[in-house]
Design a protein around this ligand. Structure first.
Ligand code: 5AD
Ligand code: SF4
Length: 470
């Protein structure tokens, strides 16, 4: 449910927070700084832009330096090592705070939705000022006021929400591209995955709110949007007036001034023929499909609760390539899911060879407490998992290098994205298929499209040169 009153209320808290920041500024005799550190996925990256939007609105200066006056970690918990990273860094933060007692530390994001995590922080990391979760991020201004008014740790975690609060501030990392949430949460309960427990049930935004946001972004210089959701293919099913993701794409494609549309993530079980048709029809939709496989074994897919078979997955890939021959297909694969046999793993390798992915993220299965898979008895031993992981990685790498090579010497449309970090005479840009190319250029080119000749393939990226404006 969209909640307009809440938006108004949060703007009142923003005004209040401005006063608090001003007072602290006067005390310190300088501007205050904030640092938002993001862990995890694009969803979190977008949430962080909203946090920075509020922090900079109330008077903080944004910095990358964690010695800032307000540091917030936007956490991820999809795999165990994501959690460990946060605990490790909190150790450093406590030292920074000793030197700057005014410093405020906040934690939010998926990891905070886990009860044990919050208990551990309450007990062992008492210097943290504020903890909140994924459902009440829109209340950040209000929570910030409470934290500034209090000497003790403020903890506000909700189990779920049906609220969607529109029109709050946000500060984009890139001037010309932006993530746009089209839905929140996930209803799929894949048996290894903690996301549905920490992000709550699926909620879609109204299409007109999405279009309005994108129109606003375009007016502000954005040329590329990434539509974000855990499972964009089931977008709009639960709206009062249901809308399909394919039709949403068609509407977004009509927005004048917008040049590129990407989306993430697709679940194979909900990928419709109409979506493939929409991708083919819509000239702004990039020729890239990220389609998580997770496993190539139909037996494991069932235990994973994925609702598709190996054959159904391969059939979707066939249809995608038939409709859009030069589409790039990328994926996520988990190795070492409980009970994974050599035969199961061989099925995964077989899909990898058949599909010829342009790139693949490979993950070692990580046991997440509370998920059905964590309680399964037949966990695979570490050594076997490591061996399979290495075999898979090698295969994936060989295929993606081979695929990348196919585009060498071709001229393609590229969006100039940023100055190259190592060499400022180069611009780094992206192809429609999401590959990266470096080419000679200047800062004023950023955000514009060019025809770039891919002179040399360097494995995962290209070196090229501009031959014309797009
Ligand atoms: N262990 C390993 N990888 C996981 N993923 C999700 N949960 C787990 C887990 N418990 C991977 C999936 C998903 C990606 C975002 O993270 O491959 O697509
Ligand atoms: Fe996790 Fe599956 Fe939902 Fe993706 S679709 S977030 S893997 S439960």
């Amino acid at each position: 449910m969209r909640d307009l009153e809440e938006t108004k209320l949060q703007y009142e808290y923003i005004e209040k927070a401005k006063k608090y920041v001003k007072e602290r500024e006067e005390q310190a005799g300088r501007k205050l700084t904030c640092c938002v550190k993001t862990f995890g996925c694009q969803m979190n990256a977008r949430d962080s832009e909203k946090l920075i939007g509020i922090l900079t609105d109330i008077g903080y200066e944004d910095t990358e330096d964690e010695h800032a006056d307000f540091v917030i970690y936007n956490t991820c918990t999809v795999r165990e090592n994501a959690n460990n990273k946060v605990y490790g860094r909190l150790g450093y933060l406590s030292n920074y705070k000793k030197k700057n007692p005014q410093m405020m530390i906040a934690l939010c994001g998926c990891m905070m939705q886990e009860q044990e995590v919050v208990e551990k922080i309450r007990k062992s990391y008492r210097f943290v000022n504020l903890i909140f979760g994924t459902h009440n991020i829109y209340k950040f201004a209000e929570l910030l006021c409470r934290a500034m008014e209090s000497d003790s740790m403020i903890v506000d975690i909700w189990k779920d929400t049906d609220k969607i609060v529109e029109d709050l501030p946000s500060r984009r990392k890139y001037s010309f591209k932006s993530g746009v949430n089209i839905m929140f949460g996930c209803n799929n309960f894949c048996s290894y995955c903690i996301v549905p427990y920490v992000r709550g049930r699926e909620r879609s935004r109204e299409p007109e709110d999405i279009i309005r946001e994108i129109e606003g972004l375009v007016a502000d210089g954005v040329t590329e949007v990434m539509l974000l959701g855990q499972n964009v293919n089931s977008y709009g099913k639960n709206l009062e007036n249901p809308v399909t993701f394919a039709n949403l794409l068609r509407e977004v494609n009509k927005i004048e001034g917008l040049k590129r549309i990407r989306f993430m993530t697709s679940h194979p079980k909900d990928l419709s023929d109409d979506l493939i048709l929409a991708m083919k029809e819509c000239d702004k939709v990039c020729k890239h499909m990220h389609l998580p496989l997770q496993s190539g074994s139909t037996r494991l897919l069932e235990i994973m609760n994925r609702h598709y078979t190996k054959e159904q997955y391969l059939e979707i890939v066939r249809k995608l390539r038939e409709a859009i021959p030069d589409i790039a297909i990328t994926t996520d694969i988990i190795v070492g899911f409980p009970g994974e046999t050599e035969e199961d793993f061989a099925e995964t390798l077989d899909v990898v060879k058949q599909v010829q992915y342009d790139s693949a993220f490979t993950f070692i299965y990580s046991k997440r407490t509370g998920t059905p898979a964590a309680a399964m008895e037949n966990q695979v031993d570490e050594q076997t998992v490591k061996r399979r992981f290495d075999v898979l990685l090698k295969e994936v790498k060989e295929i993606s290098e081979k695929k990348a090579k196919l585009l060498e010497h071709q001229t393609v449309e590229v969006l100039a994205e940023e100055l190259n970090e190592q060499d400022a005479s180069l611009i780094t840009g992206r192809l429609s298929n999401n590959s990266v190319v470096h080419f000679p250029g200047t800062e004023d080119m950023i955000g514009k499209l060019y025809q770039v000749r891919l002179n040399e393939c360097k494995g995962f990226y290209y070196l090229g040169e501009v031959v014309a404006d797009a």
